[in-house]
Design a binder for this molecule. Sequence first.
Ligand SMILES: Nc1ncnc2c1ncn2[C@@H]1O[C@H](COP(=O)(O)OP(=O)(O)O)[C@@H](O)[C@H]1O
Ligand SMILES: [Mg+2]
Length: 410
Amino acid sequence: MAVPSHVVFVVPFLLESSLRFAAAAGRLPGVRLAILSQDMPERLPEELRPLVDTFQRVPDAMNSAQLVEGVRVIARKWGGRVDRVMGILEQLQVPLAEVREQLGVRGMDVEEARHFRDKSLMKLRLAEHGLPCARHCLAPNAEEARAFAARVGYPLVVKPPAGAGSRNTFRVESAEDLEGWLRSDPPLTDAPAMVEEFITGEEYSFDTITLHGKHLLHSISRYRPGPLEVIETPWIQWTVQLPRRIDGSEFDEIKQAGPRAIEVLGIQTGLTHMEWFRRPKGGIAISEVAARPPGAQFTSLLSFAHDHDFYSAWARLIIFEEFDVPERKFSAGAAYLRGQGNGRVVAIHGLEAVQRELGPLIVEQKLPRIGQVPTGAYDGEGFLILRHPETEVVARGLEKIVSTVRVELA
Ligand SMILES: Nc1ncnc2c1ncn2[C@@H]1O[C@H](COP(=O)(O)OP(=O)(O)O)[C@@H](O)[C@H]1O
Ligand SMILES: [Mg+2]
């Protein structure tokens, strides 16, 4: 029998969202799986234990020096052999690349990972290649932020250079707003802030599969509304929809710019998640690109739209460098249920009506738990996923859910 592929999956916290990917890797024939975590091994769900050959703990699983030590311990157990070191968290992508470089493990290197992780490096690289994106400044102090504002005008967006989940991201509408921010949380030389031109328009994703530098597949989804607007507006429940067809000319610009962006940022093999805007007066702007599988159920949405398990397909892509291109057969969409008010979840209203009307369209759901503390994130406390061959049917269903279901907090 062929020698198995020895895979270390870094899962700092044993959360369902990460473990689903690790389990997919562990289930592939010919994989020997280790989990490297800062969590307690007892917290590994019973049903996953048979998939895990080795569980190794380190105190801080985001720290590359500790990860190197952890991988070394696993390698000793495995006769020195480690073929892949992988993980899905955005904040892990540079540390994982550092571990690979230090231990000579194949996969994305530090230079590539940094261009996906650092939004300023990313935008400079995209602009250098003539790819459309927002004008930006990595401001190390108040003067540079003011000078950028004077040049570009308002509104602006301020965000951390390596953020995720829209955290600490906000709109600056005026010089007064700008001064307010500069007084309360000024950027520093060793903690600069990204200041960007505000792009209006519809927000979308462009998710890709690349193998050995070759663009194999893309998927487009539409956000309603954009994550920043969701964060700003507590009553809005977010939706994301993958249209059934993406071969129309309305997507020509992103289909040209998207794969080129991935190429200049340097990924050779992987799944990427790009976000982009359609500007109201024409043209597009690429917003950011992550070199990892997307969160917020996107990997499930990809799976439903293509009738193909993208959790497993991603693991196989990274580990065995193989990918079978599936056909897009359905529209799929998620409606995210979000607590309204303050306190904990006390009731979910309107669910029966939605289930009665949309029953057969609902392919997956996770309902908010009574007593749950809201996350404050744009993807809320739970979700319903719909699927149907017709884009319009899914669009109407998502609209129905967010206008009918109300998660009450008290
Ligand atoms: N330049 C911009 N113009 C308008 N909205 C923006 C801009 N940059 C970010 N946003 C909004 O903020 C959200 C979060 O920003 P993003 O750069 O995607 O960071 P994160 O890594 O936190 O997802 C985006 O999804 C979008 O809704
Ligand atoms: Mg984003």
